[in-house]
Design a protein around this ligand. Structure first.
Ligand code: SAM
Length: 235
């Protein structure tokens, strides 16, 4: 697995140091083992995990430098993109948030086994932590992959970002359609689309699009609305 990972990382223009590779191997083995009893991922074949989980999570660093920054991962699930990013960027501080405790218990085991020291885990809803002074407007970046449609995501994620910071949404090729539905949310939440970066995974016909939103002014106090409302009644 390490050989294939090294080769794919190189093709993707990602630079990892030697001590990082065994951490990914442990993460992969634990993911497979825990996935037997807990639904963590539908992707289990080695090459697919390397590309669609590990490389995909990290490729955003070709466009953004996380060194010494604070990063919130909303709806991290089994730790994507947060854990690969935390291994790759040891000087950054990460907070991984999810409402499913069992998935966070899995990540906790990974943090210990892989000796990852720059990650805090948060159990609960993004809507609740987004109103908590300790986390609201405290992050340089917020990242999120496969969690919700764009207007919902903007409401869940932008409250965590400092003014001038960036929310990075991992999306597929259908970004244009999603963006069409997000105009009002961007306006109400004081953010604007600042960039779109397209990226192709090596050896695969799989395109990732990162949509970057810059936060221009503080989030109005009424957002995020109470838990469940952003999804039930998207802005
Ligand atoms: N980001 C991971 C990935 O790309 O593999 C997990 C994606 S999974 C489809 C979505 C995750 O978001 C789930 O683990 C779910 O519990 C979490 N989630 C959804 N809505 C949430 C919310 N409002 N607050 C916190 N977590 C949420």
């Amino acid at each position: 697995m390490i050989d294939y990972f090294k080769e794919s990382a190189e093709k993707s223009g990602l630079i990892l140091s030697e001590e990082m590779f065994p951490k990914f191997e442990i993460f992969y083995e634990e993911l497979l083992e825990t996935n037997k009893t807990l639904n963590l991922t539908a992707i289990t074949e080695m090459k697919e995990v390397v590309l669609k989980h590990f490389i995909d999570s990290m490729a955003v660093t070709r466009f953004y430098d996380f060194s010494k920054k604070s990063v919130m991962d909303v709806g991290t699930g089994a730790g994507f993109p947060g854990i690969p990013l935390a291994i790759l960027c040891p000087s950054a501080r990460f907070v991984l948030l999810d409402s499913l405790k069992k998935r966070l218990n899995f990540i906790d085991k990974i943090l210990e086994k892989c000796e990852i020291n720059n990650v805090e885990l948060l159990h609960g809803r993004a809507e609740d932590f987004g109103r908590d002074e300790k986390y609201r407007e405290k992050f340089d970046f917020c990242v999120s992959r496969a969690v919700a449609a764009m207007p919902v995501l903007l409401e869940l994620c932008t409250p965590f970002v400092k003014v001038g910071g960036t929310f990075l949404s991992y999306k597929s090729e259908r970004l244009e359609e999603e963006l069409k539905t997000a105009g009002l949310a961007m306006k109400l939440l004081n953010c604007k689309l600042s960039a779109e970066h397209e990226y192709q995974l090596p050896d695969m016909d799989f395109f990732r699009v990162y949509a970057a939103f810059e936060k221009e002014k503080i989030t109005p106090k009424k957002y995020p609305r109470q838990a469940g409302k952003p999804k039930r009644e998207p802005l």
